[in-house]
Design a protein around this ligand. Structure first.
Ligand SMILES: Cc1cc2nc3c(=O)[nH]c(=O)nc-3n(C[C@H](O)[C@H](O)[C@H](O)COP(=O)(O)OP(=O)(O)OC[C@H]3O[C@@H](n4cnc5c(N)ncnc54)[C@H](O)[C@@H]3O)c2cc1C
Length: 564
């Protein structure tokens, strides 16, 4: 094979598909999980949580998190073709413009600037216009979308559910500005959610880029499924050329395969650093402790993990058209399932939210006194994200048997915490990664979370929610003291799914080991090896990560195709 792509996930599927567009180039994808084809839980959007802790998930767990009441968290990652894009929540964001500009400035490579990255964002997108009715007249900006029907679908939820009216009106009442398009680069405010769905079904990197039609028509593209990559091996006698991949096939046999040109490592934010470390590329002391010979000491491998910690606060409402009964009453669920089976319409074509709010801590907040520097990418970058859902979503308290609810899903965004991913000392070669995101371990992250919870309560106190008798199911007295609020957060918060940074990109000439890849995605200090997945983002992405990952996958494909 000319190229071997390790991990047929969100980035890997796109890269393999793009490289194999040239029929004279041969490409092998080595994917740890099974195929996505024909799997109903990966197709009906609403049921995606069924994939958690299933054979489509790597079943990772974080170490106990002191600021989450010492609870370990589950860390979901897709174990299937399409990777996490086959099991995720489908919210399609692509990071604010200022995040891309910050990456450009950190790496010294202007091709990561928003204006330069936008063509790659559009390239993988098949935007579906909402109905041409007054209600949706100002809900998106066509100038920032791609309309490639065969690529990844992007759809606004347009079912006229009751929640959109109070969700939008309450924002106006509490002074949250309306944003025409969440994906226009300036997301702070309230906007309509966009989801990676198409014709009522999930649209993923696999459905668009490695579907059965593409796989059967390209003899130069091969996908190995259920094959677990253990490590990369240097080609003997070369200058650290890492073009051989070692994996365990579906029967457990150890196999090696080599690429004539390059290996592209796209195993994701948790597996990519682990595969590097097993290959002798990582922090020397940690490798030594795990009896692995260091081939190149790269201290940054497995460091700089940044993520977006979440929590959910719940209100009861007198609305009856919430999604609560879909979750707890099989008869209601089956009614919607029948409709979906008939024509791919109805409630199961979407998730339980329609709008999203990106917010900032006020400029005059006490945290900024004393010279504390805002860690976000600038004044148009969100510090937190909120999205109202028309059902009970708290994963830390069970849903009551009766009643209707709305929940505010809350995420700290511009985190300044950096966690780690390291080898399992009891089983470095095949064990799961040891994940320590260090959630809420900085005063800034805790401050942002408190501010976001207080903003949520203020928002649900707005007149628009009175008609629906929105009543918090938690004691709002917690808002009067930071200590009480921290205690509530500690018991209610849950881990994120938007990890980045464990093989981060840096300037081409940064000191050895400070960053893992150069702006051309090549691993610094070795040859024949690039990394392209969420692990390369040098900072937390202030939005959901899938869209940004798709963009870099298109970008690296172009770089490779043009010989750079
Ligand atoms: C449950 C969940 C919900 C999410 N919700 C959203 C959302 O709504 N919106 C959003 O934007 N983002 C969301 N995300 C995050 C987003 O999906 C990920 O950040 C992104 O898809 C990661 O892309 P990736 O290419 O880096 O990794 P992945 O897509 O995870 O791909 C990695 C691939 O490598 C394979 N692999 C890993 N290790 C090995 C190995 N040793 N051998 C062989 N193969 C291997 C995996 O099986 C996988 O296919 C969610 C994630 C999850 C898990």
């Amino acid at each position: 094979y000319d190229y071997i792509v390790v991990g047929g996930g969100s980035a890997g599927s796109i890269i393999a598909s793009r490289l194999s567009e040239n029929s004279s180039v041969s490409v092998l994808v080595i994917e740890g999980g099974p195929s996505h084809e024909g799997e109903v839980d990966l197709t009906i959007p609403y049921v995606y949580p069924r994939t958690f802790r299933s054979r489509f998930d790597w079943n990772y767990t974080t170490v106990p998190q002191p600021n989450l009441g010492n609870r370990p968290g589950i860390y979901l990652r897709g174990h299937v073709l399409g990777g996490s894009s086959s099991i995720n929540g489908m919210t399609l964001n692509r990071a604010p413009a200022s995040d891309w500009d910050k990456i450009a400035s950190y790496t010294g490579d202007s091709s990561f600037r928003w204006d330069a990255i936008l063509p790659y964002i559009k390239k993988n997108e098949g935007f579906n216009r909402p109905p041409n009715t007054p209600e949706y007249a100002n809900t998106y900006d066509p100038a920032v979308h791609g309309f490639n029907a065969d690529k990844i679908g992007n759809t606004l939820v347009t079912d006229g559910n009751w929640i959109s009216q109070p969700a939008l009106q309450a924002a106006t009442e509490v002074g949250i500005n309306y944003v025409r398009d969440v994906n226009g680069g300036l997301p702070v405010g309230i906007s309509w959610q966009q989801f990676s769905t198409k014709d009522g079904s999930r649209s993923s990197a696999a459905t668009a880029y490695l579907n059965a039609g593409i796989l059967s028509s390209r003899t130069n593209l091969k996908v190995l499924l259920n094959a677990f990559v253990t490590r990369l091996l240097p080609v003997s006698g070369t200058d650290l050329k890492f073009t051989t991949v070692e994996y365990k096939d579906a029967s457990g046999n150890t196999v090696t395969v080599s690429a004539r040109r390059e290996v592209i490592l796209s195993a994701g934010v948790m597996s990519t650093p682990i595969i590097l470390m097993r290959s002798g590329l990582g922090p020397r002391a940690h490798l030594q402790a795990n009896n692995i010979t260091t081939i190149l000491d790269i201290p940054a491998v497995g460091q700089n993990l940044q993520d977006r910690c979440g929590a959910a606060a719940v209100w009861s409402v007198n609305a009856t058209d919430t999604d609560d009964d879909i979750d707890r009453n099989p008869a209601v669920f089956n009614r919607w399932l029948n409709q979906w089976n008939q024509n791919h319409t109805g409630r199961l074509t979407q998730m339980s939210y329609r709008q999203m709010i990106f917010g900032r801590v006020p400029n005059n907040a006490s945290i900024f006194s004393g010279g504390f520097q805002d860690p976000s990418s600038g004044p148009t970058c969100p510090h937190y994200e909120l999205y109202p859902a028309n059902k009970w979503t708290s994963p830390t308290t069970p849903q009551p048997a009766t009643g209707n609810f709305v929940s505010m899903n809350i995420f700290v965004s511009a985190s300044n915490v950096r966690g780690t991913v390291t080898l399992d000392p009891t089983n470095p070669l095949t064990g799961n990664p040891v994940i320590d995101p260090k959630y809420l371990s900085s005063e800034w992250d805790r401050y942002v979370m408190r501010d976001a919870v207080r903003t949520s309560v203020h928002y649900f106190n707005a007149p628009a929610w009175k008609k629906w008798n929105a009543t918090p199911v938690f004691d709002t007295a917690i808002l009067n003291s930071d200590a009480a609020l921290d205690a509530w957060i500690s018991s209610s918060a849950f881990g994120g799914v938007h990890g980045v940074g464990t093989a981060r990109m840096g300037p081409a000439n940064s000191p050895a080991g400070q960053d893992v890849v150069a702006p051309n995605f090549k691993v610094k200090g070795v040859s024949g090896l690039r990394i392209a997945d969420t692990s390369v983002f040098p900072f937390v992405i202030n939005g959901h990560t899938m869209g940004a990952t798709y963009a870099i996958a298109e970008k690296v494909s172009d770089l490779i195709k043009s010989g750079n």
